[in-house]
Design a protein around this ligand. Structure first.
Ligand code: DX5
Ligand code: ZN
Length: 235
């Protein structure tokens, strides 16, 4: 592990650009550009065509990126067998691995495997799955990832009906005095970042809004980081 999300303050906004929206011919260069612009993480969406109806990229792409980039590698596994594939993604260079409660593998075993390989662990849930589905695992998790679109594709519209779920996680984390980041993913942009942050999210995944920002990637990162005051006033 190169970087540890447990060293990131629980109350600071961090941007995790999703490389799904990058130009894959320029992937290494674009990833360095967003990190130079202030993104401390890179969000790597792995899809297997089974858990979600799309196939993205896997181990070789992450291995190559790792050689040239020191950001925290935030691997989002939208795959059916996260437990089976965890060692391969750790070897490729993951710092953090998030998997879905809707996958086929046992959540406790998967969290333990991720931790035993020296990575931090996160769990995610589809928009239709209630926050309470993750409550039994919160003590062991370093991060929860609230999907604000149906997982599977970049460039979809943000689902505002997921805001109460973000707030429910924030309340539960405060009530149980846990150290667990809340990340949001799907359609996040400057139009809704204030809202997700004021409901308690501190890690913002954004693909389209960063890599395809009309004023450039640096601006795309900066406008999302500028939501910090909304988090401060929310708590
Ligand atoms: C969707 C992925 C997201 C997606 C985000 O299944 O998990 O990370 O790439 O892309 P935007 O920000 O374009 O919605
Ligand atoms: Zn994602």
């Amino acid at each position: 592990m190169q970087q540890d999300i447990r060293n990131f303050p629980q109350d600071k906004i961090v941007v995790s650009p999703s490389i799904l929206a990058a130009d894959f011919c320029e992937l290494g260069r674009e990833c360095r550009e967003v990190v130079d612009a202030g993104a401390k993480m890179l969000h790597l969406d792995v899809m297997d065509g089974k858990m979600v109806p799309n196939i993205s990229f896997g181990v070789p792409v992450i291995t190559s990126l790792r050689k040239k980039n020191d950001a925290l590698f935030d691997v989002h596994l939208m795959i059916d067998r996260p437990l089976f594939y965890t060692p391969a993604f750790v070897k490729a260079g993951a710092d953090h691995i998030t998997f879905h409660v809707e996958s086929s593998d046992d959540p406790d075993k998967t969290i333990d495997a991720i931790h035993s390989h020296g990575c931090t662990a996160g769990m995610s849930l589809r928009p239709g799955t209630p926050a309470e589905a993750l409550f039994p695992y919160l003590d062991k998790l370093d991060l929860v990832l609230v999907m604000t679109v149906e997982p599977g594709f970049g460039g979809q519209s943000f689902m505002a009906d997921q805001l109460p779920k973000i707030a429910a996680f924030r309340r539960e984390i405060i009530r149980r005095n846990l150290k667990c980041h809340i990340e949001v993913d799907g359609g996040i942009s400057e139009k809704n970042a204030d809202l997700v942050v004021s409901h308690g999210a501190n890690l913002l995944v954004a693909g389209t809004a960063v890599f395809r920002h009309p004023e450039g990637m640096e601006k795309g990162v900066r406008v999302l980081l500028d939501t910090q005051d909304k988090f401060d006033s929310a708590l």
